[in-house]
Design a protein around this ligand. Structure first.
Ligand code: ATP
Ligand code: MG
Length: 219
């Protein structure tokens, strides 16, 4: 396994992963290649602070789907640091825990989508956070970043790394809605994740807006 010789360059992909999808996986793989990363850790959140807990699947469901989705990539692993920590999940705690686990010599690359990074200035302990890792934001081709965000990184002596990634339009919200509306999610998520969703009847009761009169049958 990759972790036997201590990895030096570690990608960290945090998320709710409800469910994990090919947008997350493609992004992690592209960043891995571009930044010469030894290991990408997927870190499913415990309790996401900005989401209604009743509308988020259980930690163990999200953890297992992430494990199944990453199984075939030897450079991908799943970390339980956020799942096993009490209380709401904040990225500052994720990065502090990973730093403890992997040591000071490890370089951490926190991977986010453009939507998530746009709010980093408001994240808990933002000034410390930005020093703990390099930040890599995946954007859609043509996406225009707010200058203010880049300036904020520069004020902290850092650079925000931007990377264009295909498959950006996929979202977990859309997948949950599709399941509820009995639409196919084939090719949105790895097959094992789709089987897991069906087997555990996930997303059928979600409080998302379903298109009730759409009768497309799931694959
Ligand atoms: P939801 O719709 O429930 O918010 P999501 O698809 O945004 O789910 P999250 O688990 O919230 O997935 O996202 C985890 C991380 O992955 C965030 O940094 C987010 O910006 C990023 N991300 C989400 N979708 C994509 C995508 N299609 N391509 C690249 N990054 C993505
Ligand atoms: Mg999201």
């Amino acid at each position: 396994m990759v972790t036997q010789s201590k990895p030096c360059r570690i990608g960290v992909m945090g998320g709710t992963f409800d469910p994990i999808h090919y947008g997350h996986l493609v992004t992690a793989e592209v960043v891995r290649g571009e930044f010469d990363i030894d290991l990408v850790l997927f870190v499913p959140s415990g309790v996401p602070p900005h989401k209604d807990p009743r509308q988020v699947s259980s930690k163990e469901h999200r953890y297992l789907m992430t494990v199944f989705a990453t199984l075939t990539n030897p450079f991908f692993e799943v970390s339980r640091v956020d799942i096993d920590r009490e209380g709401e999940t904040y990225t500052i705690d994720t990065l502090r825990d990973l730093r403890k686990l992997y040591g000071d010599e490890a370089e951490l690359f926190f991977i986010t989508g453009a939507d998530a990074i746009a709010e980093i200035m408001d994240w808990k302990n933002a000034a410390e956070l930005v020093k703990l890792a390099e930040f890599v934001a995946a954007t859609r081709p043509g996406y225009q970043f707010d200058r203010k965000l880049q300036e904020w990184f520069e004020q902290h002596g850092k650079k925000l790394h931007l990377l264009q990634v295909p498959a950006m339009a996929i979202s977990s919200t859309d997948i949950r809605r599709r399941v509820q509306a009995q639409k196919s999610i084939r090719y949105f998520v790895p097959e094992a994740v789709e089987h897991y969703i069906r087997k555990n009847s996930l997303y059928l009761e979600h409080h998302t807006h379903s298109t009730a009169d759409n009768n497309e049958i799931s694959s």
